[in-house]
Write a protein that binds this ligand. Structure first.
Ligand code: SF4
Length: 372
């Protein structure tokens, strides 16, 4: 029986130092909370840390298979710190927000250098690690070490905003400050791990963004947004400007005989940092001109059928319109590219049927699938 199941017996009896809010949340968790998530079966701060980073921006159901594969490959801080970044990115491929993977890798190295491979048990030291903010640090301390620390992720913000009928955008600094105070006020002295998990679960499954199930909510009797019928306004969405659009052309250079395609590693900084991708040509330049200028090869002007339909990839701060161009190379052209780029080490020939041992950006992985 995991410790999450054991909470069932203790939560339903009143816990001292809890207020009505936290007691109601704990009682709800004892019956309805998620207790069989893979990171709840493994004790230890490492698995909690990995899951918390994966769960930033990503839903539980998506995270589960990634978490399992990641833990199998990197079962502890040392194995993560000593792994090549390419391998870490490969296990992150498809989860998005790759800075999270780069930060995990770097943080694991810092833990080995400065903390004997262990996650520190205090907020300040955790927050000093790459990729760990106050809420993630609070979650690690509460879930792994049962320390009384509050969290304020997107789900908790939404529950608190609705319970207190706070209708401003939760990212405003005064609102964030108020929410941290409320989060702290309701965090109980005991059963803090169960309470923390409960708040995350409540926000994800009951007080969901678009369709809250107030009839199932343990906080319904005190919820001010429900009483005032203003749930849809709480909290206000982030004010958004229309996202700018950028254009690029991805050159899918493929050898005629073997079917290998050329991939190059991107700079560590910037979008898809450290991942492998097709060479990119600015939209205002033709593919044949780019190939002559950067690869020293002469290719025939691609005709319409070589230009695949434009697809759009959304980042948080812009939309990228990608126009893939499929270019077949003869042996002489491939050899020139090998001599010029592949021998340098940051480009390679990759066969679409091969298993990739490095990270691929999601649109690149999809294009490779189509090339198969
Ligand atoms: S009563 Fe409804 S709006 Fe209020 S906290 Fe519960 S689910 Fe959210």
């Amino acid at each position: 029986m995991s410790r999450w199941h054991k909470n069932k017996q203790s939560a339903v009896t009143s816990v001292s130092n809890t207020d009505n809010f936290s007691q109601a949340v704990l009682n709800w968790f004892a019956v309805n909370g998620r207790k069989d998530l893979p990171w709840q079966q493994k004790t230890g701060a490492y698995s909690i840390w990995i899951s918390e980073i994966m769960l930033q921006q990503t839903q539980v159901d998506t995270v589960i298979p990634y978490f399992r594969r990641f833990m199998q490959q990197f079962p502890d801080v040392n194995s993560l710190a000593n792994a090549p970044l390419d391998s870490v990115l490969q296990h992150w491929s498809g989860l998005g927000y790759y800075a999270r993977a780069r930060n995990l890798h770097r943080a694991a190295q810092v833990l080995c250098e400065q903390h004997e491979g262990q996650l520190p048990q205090n907020l300040e030291a955790l927050c000093a690690l790459p990729g760990i903010g106050r809420s993630t640090a609070g979650a690690i301390l509460a879930l792994a070490f049962e320390q009384r620390q509050s969290i304020l992720d997107g789900n908790v913000k939404r529950v608190l905003c609705r319970y207190y009928a706070i209708s401003q955008w939760s990212g405003q600094s005064a609102v964030t400050k108020q929410l941290w105070e409320l989060a702290d006020k309701h965090t109980p002295m005991q059963q803090v791990a169960a309470y923390t998990q409960a708040m995350m679960d409540m926000g994800a499954t009951v007080c969901s963004r678009s369709r809250p199930h107030c009839d199932l909510c343990p906080l319904a009797t005190g919820c001010q947004a429900l009483a005032q019928d203003i749930i849809k306004n709480c909290p206000a969405p982030k004010p958004r400007k229309p996202l700018p659009e950028r254009q690029t052309r991805m050159l899918m250079l493929q050898t005629l005989g073997s079917g290998d395609i050329l991939l190059s590693q991107r700079e560590q900084q910037g979008i898809w940092g450290g991942l492998w991708s097709f060479p990119e040509c600015p939209a205002e330049q033709t593919a044949e001109h780019w190939c002559a200028q950067h690869l020293g090869i002469t290719i025939n002007k691609p005709d319409k059928k070589h230009y695949w339909p434009v697809r759009q990839h959304c980042f948080t701060h812009f939309r990228l319109n990608i126009e893939p161009v499929h270019i077949l190379l003869d042996a002489t052209e491939s050899q020139k590219i090998t001599d010029l780029l592949v021998t340098q080490g940051n480009s390679l020939w990759y066969h679409p049927q091969q298993e990739a041992h490095f990270g691929l950006a999601a649109p690149v992985a999809k294009l490779i699938q189509q090339l198969k």
